[in-house]
Design a protein around this ligand. Structure first.
Ligand SMILES: [Zn+2]
Ligand SMILES: [Zn+2]
Length: 51
C-alpha cells in the first residue's frame, strides 16, 4: 500500500487524488469508480460558479 498523503476530509492515509479539486482523499471518501472525493461528488455541479 502506497501512501501518498493524508486525506483532506478525514485525515486518514490518502490513496487517491480527486480529479476535480485535486485534494488527497482516502478510499473511503472518494468514489471508487470516478475517484471524485465526497466533497465534490456531494455537491451537484450545476454550473462552474465559484463563489
Ligand atoms: Zn478520508
Ligand atoms: Zn474533490
Amino acid at each position: 500500500m502506497s501512501m501518498i498523503g493524508i486525506c483532506s476530509l478525514c485525515g486518514r492515509p490518502a490513496t487517491s487524488t480527486c480529479p476535480i479539486c485535486g485534494r488527497l482523499v482516502c478510499g473511503k471518501d472518494s468514489d471508487p469508480i470516478t475517484g471524485v472525493c465526497k466533497a465534490c461528488s456531494g455537491k451537484q455541479t450545476k454550473s462552474s460558479r465559484l463563489t
